[in-house]
Design a protein around this ligand. Structure first.
Ligand code: GDD
Ligand code: MG
Length: 364
């Protein structure tokens, strides 16, 4: 089986984290986002994975070499000299995706769910159309591609990308499976699969929808990244509770779902949770209080700080008695001095903050 992961784009909405690493390598629940996807593809029997890249391939190559060896798969880097959008990269990889008649998976690199690839493939094989789109229901469909099906059928009638007026609440989850013959619909030039390929395929009756049963989130921006983290932790607590940090073993687990890397050092008087992810080598001081937040590798949270709904990037130092909240995001190596309040700020890498930031803004 074959798959292509769309890993282009600059990840602007996930800045400042994507100033340090490309979006697919940003850790999500202590593992690069793309590694979650690769592991699920391997589980479903995929042996050839194309990474469609147009930005900083060098560092991706290093991480992915390790995946190739670990999972005994082939990862092909398909590098665009200009961004080819969400469909052009499929054409660029035609020699791999179209090398035999078997269908191939396509994934947006920033979506998390339980990745039911085998069910998606079985469903796809059960109808004769050229493509299947995984769909999920959301409350705010206007930021996504909306899928409308024929009444009483899984066949897609219309696909409308980011509709301005209400069309429906079933949306494109960013995961597809296609027969190679669909490649003949794409030219080798910048092309959007959502606006240029799906609408005519739907008109031709060549698309079906597969309803995702599990949780789903596009984690390509900070608010959704934090929300997606909560959903993923709750999924672990239902299906793989041993991966979570057990309250019975650590006095600092304050109930709720908490995922802490074994090498992190947490003071016994800290209170962590619910919905917290702590990366390797992090140090958390006395009386610190962390809820609904992500602390990445090597950061240090000093005594009595209070952190809520925040992403603390790599190697940051948060002083004593600091309060950070409201979807704040700190880039790599940010220092926050003692006793400050940070409200919803986005702080670029290597900054040192020595005055409170009381309103959400970008600090460069
Ligand atoms: N290789 C390559 N080249 N990849 C690209 C390019 C490009 O030029 N442009 C975007 N991508 C990748 C992004 O890295 C991401 O993985 C994927 O294509 C989708 O781009 P986003 O920028 O994340 O799109 P979106 O979130 O606004 O909307 C898309 O995802 C939604 C689900 O999360 C659409 O597919 C929507 O229909 C969908 O509902
Ligand atoms: Mg996205």
């Amino acid at each position: 089986l074959k798959a292509l992961i769309l890993v282009g784009g600059f990840g602007t909405r996930l800045r400042p984290l994507t100033l340090t690493l490309p979006k697919p390598l940003v850790p999500f629940c202590n593992k690069p986002m793309i590694v979650h996807q690769i592991e699920a593809l391997v589980q479903a029997g995929v042996t050839d994975i194309v990474l469609a890249v147009n930005y900083r391939p060098e560092i991706m190559e290093k991480v992915l070499k390790e995946c190739e060896e670990r999972y005994k798969i082939t990862i092909h880097f398909s590098i665009e000299s200009e961004p080819l959008g969400t469909a052009g990269p499929l054409k660029l990889a035609e020699n791999i995706l179209g090398k035999d008649d078997s269908p191939f998976f396509v994934l947006n690199s920033d979506v998390t769910c339980n990745y039911p690839f085998e069910q998606l493939r079985d469903f796809h094989n059960s109808h004769s159309s050229a493509g299947t789109i995984m769909v999920t229901k959301v409350d705010e469909p206007s930021n996504y591609g909306v899928v409308v099906m024929h009444t009483g059928s899984s066949q897609i009638e219309r696909f409308v990308e980011k509709p301005k007026t209400f069309v429906g609440n079933r949306i494109n989850a960013g995961i597809y499976i296609f027969d190679p013959k669909m490649l003949s619909r794409i030219n080798l030039q910048p092309t959007s699969i959502e606006t240029e390929v799906f609408p005519p395929m739907a008109s031709d009756g060549e698309l079906h929808a597969f309803d995702l049963q599990s949780f789903w989130a596009d984690v390509g921006q900070p608010k959704d990244y934090i929300h997606g983290t909560c959903l993923y932790l709750s999924h672990l607590s239902n299906y793989s509770p041993n991966q979570l940090t057990q309250p019975s073993q650590h006095s600092w687990v304050n109930g709720g779902n908490v995922l802490v890397a074994p090498s992190a050092e947490i003071d016994s008087s800290a209170l962590i949770g619910p919905n917290v992810v702590i990366g390797p080598g992090v140090k958390v001081g006395r009386g610190a209080r962390l809820q609904r937040c992500v602390i990445m590798d090597g950061s240090r949270i000093r005594d009595h700080s209070w952190i809520h709904s925040t992403i603390v990037g790599w190697n940051c130092t948060i002083g004593r008695w600091v309060r950070i909240e409201n979807i704040a995001v700190l880039g790599d190596d940010v220092v926050v001095k003692d006793e400050l309040h940070i409200n919803g700020a986005s702080v670029l890498p290597h900054k040192s903050i020595s005055a409170s930031i009381t309103e959400p803004k970008i600090v460069m």
